[in-house]
Design a protein around this ligand. Structure first.
Ligand SMILES: Nc1ncnc2c1ncn2[C@@H]1O[C@H](COP(=O)(O)OP(=O)(O)OP(=O)(O)O)[C@@H](O)[C@H]1O
Length: 323
């Protein structure tokens, strides 16, 4: 048995619409190891959903091939459908069903006996604190509630492989925590899990390895700790400014390190360790910068992600200049 559950071999995806073409994935090779949680990180439009659709056999790569358990994914679509639970970003195929029906129907498709399917569906709805919605149509419940039903359909029946595309989008903090716990629990019970998310800070707590994708290219793939070594000579400054004053502070701070998106009046800055003391002195001395609070932290997976992306962009710019 291959130790890879899924393996992508040099896959590319060229979307064509009239005269427009888009190379969504560019020569990606990767393997998903049995029993791991692999996180796929990348900004909007990076090519993550395209990669997942290729892996599960919904989209045939323009070139390259995808193996599931060592053989071509297309040659075994029924096996993939019964073993791989896929939670897509748009899980509304079941929207004409009632909440309970959607869960039971999915469990039955995975081979569960009717009574066991109903029991598990009820248990999941109870856990989600959504039992009172069991007789409601999916099209009549809120976006977050629909997502939870989608998560339920991914979890019900305990598939050996889970593929989750943005599972915690639109969820409130309590539900997000619940979903991350359930993902971890399924993994402890042996499931291999592929997880696409923008929520890097939360994903960091659960993933074993991370693949970073941007512009259709695989920029890095490694264990979280290994990736963090790339930025371990840096510190993260979290800075809050007076409302409406962020830009002034940001202009000054950008000379000190890599500025990341932080929010309306927040700045996140990745700074080389040897410059941190001088930066602190500057922050304390310069009251004109309207900095109200600051903290200094070790780098997170999110910092690694920004760093890898930035390095790749610098490389590409250099490539363009040379080429
Ligand atoms: N069916 C399609 N036809 C043409 N272009 C497409 C199609 N699907 C995706 N694309 C384009 O391919 C690129 C990759 O899209 P993809 O959906 O894989 O990105 P993503 O990383 O999942 O993004 P997001 O995080 O926003 O969901 C984007 O530029 C997108 O506009």
């Amino acid at each position: 048995m291959s130790h890879y559950v899924f393996e992508a071999q040099e896959i590319s995806q060229l979307y064509k619409k009239g005269k427009n073409t888009k190379l969504a994935n560019d020569n990606i090779s990767l393997g998903i190891e049995r029993g791991e949680i692999l996180g796929v990180l990348g900004p909007n439009g990076a090519g993550k959903s395209t990669l997942i659709k290729q892996l599960v056999g919904q989209l045939k790569p323009t070139s390259g091939r995808v193996l599931y358990e060592g053989s071509e994914v297309y040659a075994q679509s029924r096996r993939v459908a019964s073993e791989v639970a896929y939670f897509s970003q748009d899980p509304h195929v079941l929207s004409d069903l009632l909440v309970m029906e959607a869960l039971v129907f999915t469990a039955r498709l995975r081979g569960m006996e009717a009574r066991a399917a109903k029991r598990e569906a009820q248990a999941l709805l109870e856990l989600f604190e959504m039992s009172e919605l069991s007789g409601k149509k999916l099209s009549r419940i809120s976006g977050g509630q629909k997502r939870m039903v989608g998560i339920g359909t991914a979890l019900i029946g305990h598939s050996p492989v889970l593929i989750l595309d943005e599972p915690t989008n639109e969820l409130d903090p309590k539900k997000r925590r619940l979903v991350w716990n359930l993902i971890e629990e399924h993994n402890r019970q042996g499931a291999t899990i592929l997880l696409v998310t923008h929520n890097v800070l939360e994903a960091e707590q659960v993933v074993d390895r991370v693949a970073v994708i941007n512009h259709g290219k695989l920029l890095a793939m490694d264990a979280v700790a290994k990736l963090k070594q790339r930025v371990d000579q840096r510190l993260r400054f979290e800075i809050g400014t007076t409302m409406g004053q962020r830009e002034t502070a940001e202009r000054e701070l950008s000379a000190w390190g890599i500025v990341q998106e932080g929010g309306e009046n927040r700045i996140r800055l990745l700074v080389e360790k040897h410059r941190a003391a001088a930066l602190l002195e500057m922050i304390i001395a310069r009251s004109d910068l309207a900095i109200e609070e600051y903290s200094v932290l070790p780098p997170s997976l999110e910092d690694v992600y920004f760093h890898i992306d930035r390095e790749a962009e610098k490389g590409e710019a250099l490539h363009e200049r040379v080429g």
